[in-house]
Ligand binder design. Structure first.
Ligand SMILES: NC(=O)c1ccc[n+]([C@@H]2O[C@H](COP(=O)([O-])OP(=O)(O)OC[C@H]3O[C@@H](n4cnc5c(N)ncnc54)[C@H](O)[C@@H]3O)[C@@H](O)[C@H]2O)c1
Length: 449
């Protein structure tokens, strides 16, 4: 049985010559990169390596995505078809065929890490991807995990898988963890300019990883272990989740006291040191902030620790859509109307402004809660023309065009996400009633929530 044959389980004699060869290929820029999972994280990374002239193959189990990319098109709003074709010209192709793994030198895994129905980490995408890669893995390759996960994943789940096939990190392969810091919609920072934290299983792994990522990313932040890299990513996201929870709680208190929280934050933010402003909203959204903190919560239990800040922030943030719906009910009540039978338009389905990502979006939950109470709910979002398929929610809807007549025809508008494309003046002028969860609008018909 040859080393590269699928299913080969022979135990190899470790030889560092294969890693020396890999180092040469990185140094000569002739290395070939495989990106596994071509979503919001994987695709921009693939395009970045192609941009600097590195040959890239993208792997995904979703054939539709693979076909779209190979057709020179994009399924992510902020990535243009021109960017995809430019990458193709530099050798980028997409495939569902994992056997091509043998041909690449570096495997970067960017697959989802959601929570399961019991709110526990679901690492089946990560382990599933690595199990698909392994039959084609060969000596002298790098495996790098970028998906957000609990500290210890690379050592506890990936390293044993490699070792069981005779691959010894630092000797005949390299194993890394380097978290992605993609911020959808942020035009200030490009993938290339965002410093990249990286941890290796051994110093040799780390050295190869830095050399490789440095081809496309300017600043590398090496840390002493994969665990440190894994936990640093969680800390970043927990920091946000907890502070957003805090400011959401402050919003509820301020509202009861008749104080405008946004004015309070603006005033506090003038302090030139020691204060970081966070903005309250209708709740948390996206693939990261509502989910990642609970990866640590789960792992901490193994050490007998309850992560109380994370749980508390989660509770408050989770409550926010319910709070918004109560504010809608109160506002309609003031107008002599009930939620039941009212026509309500939710503005902004994406979880944050100017993007098309609706994963975990609180706007969707607000729609569902209002519908449960008998409202006729629709939405308008220029970035999301059709209501996407979701596991827990189903709305057979298309985005409503915001003509002055349409705006005036609803009993209430709910500004969930403040896209720049919304014409705030027209909204305020035409709407009967607006519940604003972002503190963007001013008018007699505007209720802050
Ligand atoms: N979206 C963000 O802003 C962001 C930022 C930082 C980190 N992350 C983390 O990065 C990881 C990926 O997130 P994302 O937003 O890119 O997810 P995504 O859902 O946009 O993309 C994941 C892709 O992986 C593919 N996939 C699933 N199983 C696969 C398999 N076995 N083999 C190959 N492909 C497979 C899916 O078809 C999809 O195209 C997650 O761990 C996430 O927490 C995301």
């Amino acid at each position: 049985m040859s080393h590269n044959e699928p299913g080969s389980a022979d135990v190899r004699r470790p030889s560092s010559a294969s890693l020396d060869l890999l180092a040469d290929r990185i140094h000569n820029r002739t290395c070939h990169v495989g990106i596994y999972g071509l979503g919001y994280v994987g695709l921009p990374l693939a395009l970045r390596f192609a941009e600097v002239g590195i040959r890239v193959t993208g792997f995904d189990i979703d054939k539709q995505k693979v076909d779209i990319l190979n057709g020179g098109n994009s399924y992510i709003e902020r990535i243009t078809s021109e960017q995809v074709t430019a990458a193709q010209n530099a050798g980028f192709t997409a495939t569902c065929d994992f056997a091509l793994t043998t041909a690449v030198d570096i495997q970067i895994v960017c697959v989802p890490t959601p929570l399961d129905d019991h709110h526990q980490p679901d690492l089946s995408y990560v382990t599933g991807t690595v199990d698909r890669i392994l039959p084609y893995f060969r000596e002298g390759q790098i495996l790098s995990l970028e998906s957000t996960t609990w500290p210890g994943t690379t050592e506890e789940l990936l390293e044993p898988r490699l070792r069981s096939k005779g691959f010894i990190p630092g000797q005949n392969c390299a194993l890394l963890y380097s978290p992605e810091r993609e911020d959808p919609g942020n035009t200030q920072y490009r993938t290339a300019d965002i410093p990249k934290v990286i941890g290796g299983i051994t110093p040799r792994c780390l050295e190869l990883g830095i050399a490789f990522y440095n081809l496309a990313i300017t600043t590398m932040i090496p840390v002493s272990s994969t665990k440190v890299a894994e936990m640093s990513k969680l800390l970043e996201n927990i920091h946000r989740a907890v502070n957003i929870g805090l400011v959401n709680e402050m919003k509820i208190v301020a509202d009861k006291m008749g104080i405008n929280i946004h004015e309070v934050i603006q005033a506090a933010a003038t302090k030139p040191f020691g204060f970081v402003p966070y903005t309250p909203g209708p709740g948390l959204g996206g693939h990261c902030i509502p989910i990642d903190p609970f990866y640590l919560t789960w792992k901490a239990k193994e050490y007998g620790i309850n992560t109380r800040f994370i749980e508390l922030a989660g509770e408050i943030n989770h409550y926010m859509p319910h709070w918004v719906v109560q504010k809608v009910a109160d506002a309609l009540n003031e107008h002599g109307k009930a939620v039941k039978g009212s026509k309500i338009l939710v503005l902004g389905l994406a979880y944050k402004k100017n993007i098309d990502d609706t994963r975990e979006s609180p706007a969707v939950e607000i729609m569902a809660l209002l519908q449960e109470k008998g409202a006729h709910v629709e939405y308008s979002d220029p970035h999301v023309p059709t209501f996407p398929q979701k596991r827990d929610y189903h709305f057979d809807l298309k985005s409503v065009e915001l003509t002055p007549e349409a705006i005036a025809s609803y009993d209430c508008l709910v500004l969930a996400t403040d896209h720049d494309a919304f014409e705030n003046d027209i909204l305020v002028k035409r709407a009967q009633l607006i519940v604003d969860t972002r503190g963007r609008l001013i008018g007699a018909n505007v209720i802050n929530a």
